[in-house]
Design a protein around this ligand. Structure first.
Ligand code: ZN
Length: 463
């Protein structure tokens, strides 16, 4: 394919050809080959494709295909009816997060009043109860299974649609749809210019690897993937998937023994894998760093979140040579809550930006979707403006320049925070093309400016 008239690092527009997944030609005027895909950039900026360095793809996809049926979004029966009537498509509707404060202990007949023409199942937010309507009860042949433990019946002995601790049975009888389809969220990410993701789900194992591989081969997953996971995660054997760090979750109330974590780190390093340690408190971060210093360094070692990083911890980060993968979007999404709940001395050191850059700590950005917005441009804007949802500043001195914010998403997947991938002949053709010059785009940082996204030399999104 050929991209014409693209602005590269502020210079006058050039043409660029991609073949077999790499950039193979760059010049003032390149003539299209017969049948070649041509994208005219019209002077728009050409950037390295964006990489989301920490996301949970299957949870993100599931959140899209489920309807939130509880507070705060849904507070009463009327609102429940509204969200259910908004569901498009056909087939099963899957609701989540129901709570008794909405409409009490609802049963199948109440659900029939809301949805009668297609099967509906709603999960209670405790996770132990599903409530189904009659269309669903018919598919599940509930009448035949009224004796099954967990199938609740009314006074006349009819199953009332309330199913306790029957997840496994439900999955089997619905005809296991398998993991949620990632096609829609993958397309959404492509529209933001995202050409690669790091899936940071700690439990990823061989099973998830196979699912990712199938989705990539079926063209339903458009991004290349770096897959973190557990110690048993096998090597990927696919050019678009790479095995990533061994992921460790720390909880400051249940910290492991230092020797235990040191051993895990050493074991990962022996497998030629970096370690990724989830740290959201100061205590967790200090514990992780002292252990990392003990265990030694491996390229690509990383701290996830580093939500609270006081000044005195910065030299330790530097000394341990670890990268920080953070989520500036949380400043906007949760900032008002932080301002109410976080001790004042820590408010200025939440999800820092500039301090890491100035201390020479490699810093990368990510969404943590579905727990944060998947839009990297949103997080870039927040990295620059440092504003909470209601407009209050959080760590105003941590503000990055738009160029530094962009760089959070352009480092190589395996070396978060390292210098950005370059756009040169011979480089992998993972690209994000904007519809305007960088000079214009840098003051907006909005995903709407993405004109096309190219992964491995093929367009995966075009506006
Ligand atoms: Zn996460």
């Amino acid at each position: 394919m050929l991209i014409k008239n693209a602005e590269l690092e502020g210079r006058r527009p050039i043409d660029l050809r991609c073949q077999s997944g790499v950039i193979c030609e760059m010049g003032d005027t390149i003539k299209p080959l017969p049948g070649e895909t041509v994208i005219n950039a019209g002077g728009g900026a050409l950037l390295p494709g964006l990489h989301d360095h920490h996301i949970h793809l299957h949870a993100f996809a599931a959140s899209h295909s489920s309807v939130v049926c509880g507070p705060p979004r849904v507070a009463n029966l009327k609102q429940l009816a509204e969200v259910l009537s908004d569901v498009g498509g056909s087939g099963w509707i899957r609701g989540i997060a129901y709570h008794g404060s909405v409409a009490g202990d609802i049963d199948r007949w109440q659900l029939d009043d809301l949805v009668s023409d297609r099967p509906l199942r709603i999960q209670h937010r405790s996770g132990k109860l599903w409530i189904v309507n009659t269309a669903a009860a018919d598919i599940l042949e509930l009448e035949k299974h009224r004796e099954l433990e967990g199938v609740e019946c009314d006074d006349s002995g009819r199953p009332n649609g309330r199913l306790f601790r029957l997840d496994e049975w439900l999955r089997k009888h619905i005809g296991s749809p398998g993991p949620p389809d990632v096609e829609r969220v993958s397309k959404q990410l492509a529209s933001y210019g995202v050409t690669g993701i790091t899936d940071a789900t700690p439990g990823n194992s061989g099973e998830e690897l196979a699912i990712f591989k199938t989705a990539i081969e079926g063209n339903r997953l458009l991004q290349r993937v770096l897959l973190m996971g557990d110690m048993d995660l096998p090597l990927a054997s696919h050019s678009l998937i790479e095995r990533g760090a061994y992921k460790v979750l720390l909880d400051e109330h249940k910290l492991p023994r230092v020797e235990q974590l040191t051993q895990q780190i050493t074991q990962a390093h022996q497998q030629q894998r970096p370690i990724a340690i989830h740290c959201v408190t100061r205590t967790e971060l200090v514990f992780a760093l002292s252990t990392l210093l003990e265990a030694g360094h491996y390229p690509g070692d990383r701290i996830e979140h580093a939500s609270v990083t006081p000044d005195e911890v910065l030299p330790l980060l530097r000394e341990a040579r670890v990268a920080v993968v953070t989520q500036h979007g949380f400043i906007a999404e949760r900032g008002d809550q932080y301002l109410r709940e976080v001790e004042p001395q820590y408010q200025e050191v939440l999800y820092r930006g500039r301090a890491f850059v100035e201390a020479g700590v490699p810093l990368a950005g990510s969404s943590d979707a579905p727990y944060g917005s998947a839009d990297p441009w949103f997080a870039m804007r927040v990295a620059v403006n440092r504003k909470s949802g209601s407009g209050d500043y959080l760590g105003r001195g941590e503000s990055l320049t738009p160029e530094q914010a962009l760089a959070l998403y352009t480092s190589p997947a395996g070396s978060p925070g390292a210098p950005a991938r370059t756009i040169e002949i011979g480089q992998t053709a993972d690209l994000c093309l904007l519809d305007r010059s960088w000079r214009e785009a840098r003051s907006r940082l909005v995903h709407r400016d993405v004109l096309a996204t190219v992964k491995h030399g093929e367009p995966i999104y075009q506006r």
